[in-house]
Design a binder for this molecule. Structure first.
Ligand SMILES: *Cc1c(COP(=O)(O)O)cnc(C)c1O
Length: 343
């Protein structure tokens, strides 16, 4: 195959879709949205996705770690920003100096944040021990946070948890626990409280919280998975697909997209060429075999199913994975990323 950079697939990101999805999620959840733009905006570009979500009324942004948050600040994004996943020695000083709030899951992190003067969101485990403070430690942690806050070295801006989504029964128990947390922390006067990601914000719009954390749904993908592959579940919620991946045929039966660009094996996955739906025979390193495509034609791998294009979900089925892995994997690769919309 030829040079991958000369034949890079084009990943077009529609910022207007992300803007519209943000509004739609806030309407569904009856709460403002913290837009999750980790993993390079699930592959759609972190800064582009952040700007589009803010244009749609998102009041917060969320990423996994402090370095991702710093990159957003360096891109000129000044909105409230939370990073919640930390290694053994996170740079909370940099976070504090750039007004990046940090999610805190251990007492060691709490002390480090106070030392650095960072603003925090305390994470409480309300379920089966994923992470966050265990119920037996809640009172001690709250007392300590109160003490640090009185001294003026710490500000508890928020408290949060993570709804696991294993069953409605377990979710409702977690939501009740989170209400208990909100009562216990009242003297800390947190401004923000949040527990639901995409699944929870859709399933439990009545739950008590000030924010919801929207990730996969922000990009127009349904959080419960690929469904029947038509993308209809996301559309039924009023969500619009944000990404379109296209590649050119560099020879008859071959398009210039492959593992090097973030594709997974996807035999049988659909590709739209003009008005013909063709099927992938085999994905290779730089090229994918699509019988029936002619040299020079453009293939749409996924895009907007309401325009007849294959959905990300169809590719998730073809690759035996979850929908957001399809877009997220594109992020780290050699692609021609083009953004349109609210910037
Ligand atoms: C990734 C993540 C989210 C977003 O989850 P989705 O299911 O993609 O909406 C929310 N909260 C936390 C803590 C996360 O890590």
């Amino acid at each position: 195959m030829s040079e991958p950079t000369l034949t890079a697939p084009s990943f077009q990101v529609d910022g207007h879709a992300i803007t519209s999805n943000t509004r739609q999620l806030a309407a569904l959840a009856k709460k403002p949205v913290l837009a999750v733009v980790k993993a390079n905006g699930y592959g759609h570009g972190a800064a582009l996705s952040a700007r589009a979500a803010l244009a749609g009324g998102a009041t917060w942004l969320g990423v996994a770690d402090v370095p991702e948050a710093i990159r957003l600040r360096n891109a000129g994004i000044t909105a409230p920003l939370l990073a919640w996943l930390h290694g053994s020695d996170p740079d909370f000083r940099a976070a504090a100096s750039l007004s990046i709030d940090v999610g805190i899951s251990t007492e060691q992190q709490l002390e480090a944040a106070a030392h650095a003067g960072a603003r925090v969101h305390l994470k409480f485990d309300t379920g089966l021990g994923r992470n966050g403070f265990a119920v037996g430690d809640w009172q001690r942690v709250i007392d300590r946070a109160d003490e640090l806050q009185q001294r003026g070295t710490l500000r508890v801006q928020g408290v949060f948890s993570h709804l696991a989504g294993t069953s409605e029964h377990a979710d409702r128990a977690q939501l009740a626990q989170f209400e208990q947390v909100q009562r216990l922390v009242r003297r800390l006067e947190p401004v923000e409280t949040h527990i639901a990601a995409s699944n929870g914000l859709i399933a439990y719009p009545e739950h008590e919280a000030s924010l919801v954390r929207g990730g996969v749904s922000l990009y127009g993908l349904h959080p419960s998975g690929h469904g029947d592959g038509s993308g209809s579940e996301a559309r039924a919620l009023g969500l619009l697909p944000a990404g379109r991946l296209q590649a050119r045929a560099t020879a008859d039966g071959q398009i210039a997209a492959g593992f090097a660009h973030g594709l997974l094996p996807a035999s049988g996955a659909p590709v739209l060429v003009g008005d013909r739906t063709l099927r992938v025979a085999q994905v290779g390193a730089y090229a994918t075999t699509v019988p029936g495509i002619r040299s020079g034609e453009t293939a749409t791998l996924f895009g907007d199913p309401s325009e007849g294009e294959p959905s990300v979900d169809a590719w998730a089925i073809g690759s035996a994975t979850i929908n957001y892995e399809i877009t997220t994997r594109l992020g780290g690769h050699e692609l021609d990323l083009q953004g349109t919309g609210a910037a």
